[in-house]
Design a protein around this ligand. Structure first.
Ligand code: ISL
Ligand code: CA
Length: 533
């Protein structure tokens, strides 16, 4: 790996859910010209890469994660020209585009599937996973869909079942078919040739299923999907070959990047990352963690030790599938815990991912039955309200609809937008947004925070997470108090020695005196110090 600044390794990546970022034409749905219009905001925030959730033509059963054409832009988001403009305008501001490739399944409206289901002899038939009913009738095996119910859908016209891990409108592709594989490699080329620098691979370790279609063994769990060991319907060894092929392909483009979304067990993620494999794979252990120094510390340790030495970690606290940390950790309108989480995310060894609105502490909207858009919510109400809560419109200002749209937004704006919005927070030096900006700037100016090795200072953290990030000429000390009570961090002689400068703190103006071997921390304090050597 090169020593000079590398955007995806040393920088920060920002996830945009395009329907909800900024609507440029008043139809209530965010779009590509909307993102372009807000690039100055993103450049000012200081991020290096923009991961945009799917923008391809889609019937939107799963809001873009059901693709009906991999090489075009959905008209609701704009045109191919709009996309090219966005890539160029982002590049002018030093930002790269990461596209979301959903290659495990297509929409059932994709022309390939429309053809495939017409007859058993159809040329596209084998592009999907078709099986006969069991002798005597019934589903081919016991595989379940993670979104509920069996993974097999019977298609009466041809008398066979097709397989879908997600909604039945998302039939899985047959990656064992070389034509499918070749077509998908061409999708990478198509977008890379348009200047896209990175790809996020949706559920990549789900491309292959067991060639013999064996039943998953049972295990204890509450609902159908959780009552099986998923050893045959996901994460098959054949995937490593595809990962290597993808890497060879993108390596032909300078500074390209591929991050995989690991489906299911997060300890699998490490296997797919390396110099001839993916640049990164998501490990969602932190994403589900409560606000606990100990839990985060365990997640960091596992991720740091699980990855090969040449592999580069990444960290993520929020995404479009889960309740926001602000909803889970925010206390009323207070953001002090969110500052602690942000400081951790942006000072760890690994690429930080920020989900739009996280930087202003957006809370999930409250969902009523009538307004649900996500089919999971419709199906499992009231036990699971779906994923709409974390996908609400970005809160830009206190103008009507938070300045997101001139029309009626596709999901309601959170009522707190009147005071919780970008405009207000930019003007408030103490806001969460300005805290994110300071942290991002600090990371960019501090090589030890980018590349430095990670060294824990607390070994059984209850409420206090402390670590050093170290290069040959600089040591940065990060101390994070996860509790509302004041705490003391005890430091060894090696740490106490030397002249510490204050890089950033949520509470103090002056560097602390560490000569007594103690760093006192106020409740929820973030303290980041540095010294030479
Ligand atoms: O959303 C989840 C649970 O509520 C996850 O299990 C999710 O299904 C899993 O992380 C895979 O997610 C990705 O693929 C899905 C899509 O619906 C998600 O939005 C996407 O992030 C199918 O393409
Ligand atoms: Ca629009």
């Amino acid at each position: 790996m090169s020593d000079s600044y590398l955007w995806w390794r040393d920088g920060v990546i920002y996830q945009i859910y395009p329907r909800s970022f900024y609507d440029s034409n008043g139809d209530g749905i965010g779009d590509l010209p909307g993102i372009t219009a807000r690039l100055d905001y993103l450049a000012d925030l200081g991020v290096d890469g923009l991961w945009i959730s799917p923008i391809y033509p889609s019937p939107d059963v799963d809001f873009g994660y059901d693709v009906s054409n991999y090489k075009d832009i959905d008209p609701k988001f704009g045109s191919m020209r709009d996309f090219e403009d966005l890539v160029a305008a982002a590049r002018q501001r030093g930002m790269r585009i990461i596209l979301d490739l959903v290659l495990a399944h297509t929409s059932d409206q994709h022309p390939w599937f429309v053809e495939a289901r017409q007859s058993r002899e159809n040329e596209r038939r084998d592009w999907y996973i078709w099986r006969d009913p069991k002798p005597g009738g019934g589903r081919p095996n016991n595989w379940e869909s993670i979104f509920g119910g069996p993974a097999w859908e019977f298609d009466p016209l041809t008398g066979q079942y097709y397989y879908h891990m997600f909604y039945k409108q998302q039939p899985d592709l047959n990656w064992r078919n070389p034509a499918v594989r070749a077509e998908m490699m061409d999708v990478f080329r198509f977008w890379a040739d348009k200047g896209v620098s990175g790809f996020r691979l949706d559920v990549f370790n789900n491309y292959f299923k067991d060639a013999q279609f064996r039943d998953n063994p049972p295990r204890f769990g509450l609902r159908g999907f959780d009552r099986q060991h998923h050893i045959y319907d996901t994460n098959q060894p054949e995937m490593i070959g595809v990962v290597q092929q993808i890497r060879r392909l993108v390596d032909a483009y300078p500074e390209s990047y591929v991050v995989g979304e690991t489906f299911m067990n997060q300890e699998w993620a490490a296997d797919y990352v390396g110099e001839d494999k993916l640049h990164a794979a998501f490990n969602f252990e932190m994403l589900g963690s409560p606000f606990s120094a100990r839990k985060y510390f365990r997640a960091i340790q596992r991720w740091e030790s699980g990855l090969a030495e040449t592999a580069w970690p990444n960290y993520v606290l929020n995404n479009h599938d889960n309740p926001r940390t602000a909803t889970r950790f925010g206390r009323g309108e207070r953001d002090e815990r969110l500052k602690v989480a942000a400081a951790m995310l942006l000072t760890l060894r690994g690429t930080p991912f920020i989900y739009y609105g996280e930087e202003i502490g957006m809370r999930d909207i409250r969902i009523t039955r009538k307004m649900i858009q996500d089919p999971i919510g419709k199906r499992y109400w009231p036990f699971h309200k779906g994923r709409d809560g974390c996908r609400a419109p970005m809160q830009w200002s206190s103008d009507p609809q938070a300045g997101f749209t001139g029309g009626t937004p596709w999901l309601p704006v959170h009522p707190d937008y009147l005071w919780r919005n970008v405009e207000r927070q930019l003007a408030d030096p103490d806001s969460l947004l300005n805290f994110y900006k300071r942290l991002i700037r600090l990371r960019r100016q501090t090589p030890a925070l980018q590349r430095g090795m990670f060294q824990a200072l607390t070994f059984d953290p209850r409420s206090l997470l402390a670590y050093q990030r170290q290069t040959s000429d600089q040591t940065v000390l990060v101390a994070l108090n996860f509790s509302r009570r004041p705490l003391r961090l005890f430091l060894g002689p090696a740490t106490t020695r030397g002249e510490w400068a204050l890089l950033l703190s949520s509470h103090r103006q002056e560097p602390p005196d560490l000569t007594q071997g103690v760093l006192p921390l106020a409740g929820y304090e973030v303290c980041i110090l540095a010294k030479a050597g």
